[in-house]
Design a protein around this ligand. Structure first.
Ligand code: SF4
Length: 597
């Protein structure tokens, strides 16, 4: 088998989390990952797919997941055994600062001559600091790095300097740091997303299932997403994906949309796999009501389950149109706080009444499930305000929770306020205090044994201590409410209460101890491991009931067989195509980036 041109490594949040003793907080309970954040960014899949279509072979390795799944998996030996043309490491979310940089060190230790490329939102933000690390050769900036990466691989293959590669920060052969213009910012989203079929084909080709899986329980709960846009039209102040952040740090002054008909086609392709969780990322109304209507017309009628995001309350008319096109629809909305003053300070300008009308209209139109999210760590929010938010969840459940379709969630803004967000860039103006600013400070903070000190912020209204205590308090109270409404079992609630009590005791102990030596940490190891949920994270309740169903195994078997033959044929085509590409390169007529999409 030919060697890959690029191995894309997704690191764990902290390397090596199996040895570092840390108390993780309830920081990942509303996402599919464990606190190691083993879910790789969506960009990995679009990059791998794009490169394949340009004639390159890219292999995804979810290093974090492999380390979670097998305590004996030796990540360093594994990296040493790989022999690609180049390595790529994702630093999209800042919570991977430690894992990404340590993984980079391992790569360079074993492959000092191979180019190492980093990318992602956090890498873009910290590109100048990042390229100062001796392990890092190239940093690709921006939200659309598929094409610049193909151009960089072409340079590497041909031994050329990367002067013309857009969006690249790099060290040239003289060791000078160069910052190429951030000029590749496409106005529409033309890159096709990767469907599960592509995933299965690469699994079969690389004979490596775990490395390709986006997160731990993916096989059991396959999850797909249709991406409606790059950028956002809103400006929530803590969000690194806001219009402000895109404009100031990713070179995007206008949200780029996937054409609505193409989005509908993407969704149908992804849906082919079965009835796993499928979400359209980005409110489809962001591109205007005409965009939303075109999408709904193009998708109508899709009877499989699908979840839409709402960034603002929606009208009854719109929800009826959604129901006609997608009779099995669910919704997600982030309200942040019950208090409109807090919500406004966060950057969202709508009333509770408008949200309640939306919930009523959604259920009236047949919405199968509505998840509503609240957050801790917001401007103008106090501990009492968080308690009131949980009480409001109770009111919502009393009013709309009758059929078990309404699911409220609350979680802390953790571990980091996003660099590039308004709150990070102008903290005083929004009532924030920032503790870690640089990449290196974040890398070091991730090693702290208590998640309280990993947090990179506090607010005028809540200290880090308040945020931590409030998070546990709110989660306990919300769980009790959920149990009363049949959304959690008494056993689950009892388990969480026990863990929370122990976590609070341990946080206090860590505080009392102050500086903690290795020996003390080792003594605390059993307690920490019992509390951390890396191995046994309870299921998010959106996962429940979304398995493959009664025909799941048969469907999966048929699917694997079918994709196996496609993989074989595509392998054959690659071999034949590869010969053609080589011939053209010898003739000097080929531009690997100029291939067909
Ligand atoms: S949190 Fe706000 S700014 Fe960020 S992506 Fe969502 S709607 Fe846009």
């Amino acid at each position: 088998m030919s060697r890959p041109d690029l191995v894309l490594l997704h690191p764990p949040s902290v390397y090596d989390f199996r040895r570092e003793l840390k108390l993780y907080g309830p920081i990942s309970e509303v996402v599919p990952s464990t606190p190691i954040f083993e879910m790789y960014p969506f960009g990995f899949a679009t990059i791998a797919g794009y490169l394949e279509r340009q004639g390159y072979r890219a292999r995804i390795v979810n290093l974090g997941l492999r380390m979670i799944r097998s305590p004996s998996f030796d990540a360093e030996r594994f990296i040493a055994s790989l022999h690609p043309g180049a390595f790529g490491i994702g630093l999209h979310w800042l919570c991977h600062a430690h894992g990404a940089l340590e993984t980079a060190k391992l790569v360079k230790r074993h492959h000092p001559d191979l180019p190492l490329i980093m990318g992602g939102f956090s890498a873009s933000y910290y590109h100048e600091e990042l390229v100062e690390y001796p392990e890092v050769d190239y940093v690709l900036r921006g939200d659309s790095t598929e094409e610049p990466l193909a151009q960089l691989l072409a340079c590497l293959r041909e031994g050329r300097e990367a002067d013309d590669v857009p969006n690249l920060t790099w060290r040239d052969q003289q060791g000078r740091i160069r910052v190429n213009p951030l000029s590749h910012v496409p106005e529409t989203v033309d890159i096709r997303p990767i469907d599960q079929a592509f995933m299965v084909r690469t699994v079969l080709r690389d004979r490596d299932l775990t490395s390709n899986m986006p997160f731990r329980d993916w096989l059991e709960f396959p999850m797909g997403s249709g991406i409606s846009c790059r950028g956002c039209t809103h400006n929530c102040i803590t969000c690194g994906g806001s219009a402000y952040a895109f404009n100031h740090f990713l070179g995007r002054d206008k949200t780029a949309f996937r054409p609505p008909e193409a989005l509908a086609e993407d969704v149908r392709n992804i849906r082919g796999f079965g009835k796993g969780f499928l979400i359209i990322v980005g409110d489809i109304r962001q591109g205007g009501m005409d965009y939303a209507r075109r999408f709904l017309n193009a998708i109508a009628v899709l009877r499989e389950p699908i979840t839409l995001e709402l960034f603002t309350p929606a009208s009854e008319g719109f929800l009826r149109q959604v129901a006609e096109a997608l009779p099995n629809f669910s919704l997600e909305i982030s309200l942040e706080s019950h208090d409109p003053i807090v919500r406004r300070a966060f950057g969202k300008h709508y009333s509770n009444e408008a949200v309640e009308k939306t919930i009523e209209a959604a259920f009236g139109a047949g919405c199968k499930r509505l998840d509503i999210y609240f957050m801790i760590g917001l401007p103008k929010q106090t501990r009492q305000s968080v308690r009131d938010t949980v009480a409001y969840c109770g009111e919502l459940l009393n009013g709309f929770g009758e059929h078990g379709r309404l699911h409220p969630f609350i979680s802390p803004l953790a571990p980091f306020l996003d660099p590039g967000s308004l709150a990070f860039e102008e903290p005083e103006r929004h009532g924030y205090r920032i503790f870690h600013r640089t990449l290196e400070e974040h890398r070091r903070a991730l090693l702290h044994p208590s998640w309280k000190y990993v947090l990179n912020y506090e607010t005028e209204w809540m200290t880090r201590e308040d945020i931590v205590l409030s998070s546990y308090e709110a989660s306990l109270e919300l769980n009790r409410l959920k149990a009363r409404h049949g959304l959690m079992s008494p056993d689950e609630v009892a388990q969480t209460e026990e863990r929370t009590t122990k976590a609070l005791e341990l946080i206090k102990l860590l505080d009392d101890l102050g500086e903690i030596d290795e020996e003390t940490l080792q003594e605390l190891k059993p307690q920490m491991e019992e509390i951390n949920s890396i191995v046994w994270r309870p299921r998010n309740d959106w996962e429940l009931g979304l398995g493959l169903g009664k025909w799941g195994l048969l469907r999966k078997g048929y699917f694997l067989l079918n994709q196996g033959s496609i993989a074989f044929l595509s392998q054959l085509r690659t071999v034949m195509g590869g010969r053609r590409v080589s011939q053209r390169q010898v003739e000097g007529t080929a531009s690997p980036s100029g291939g067909q999409e």
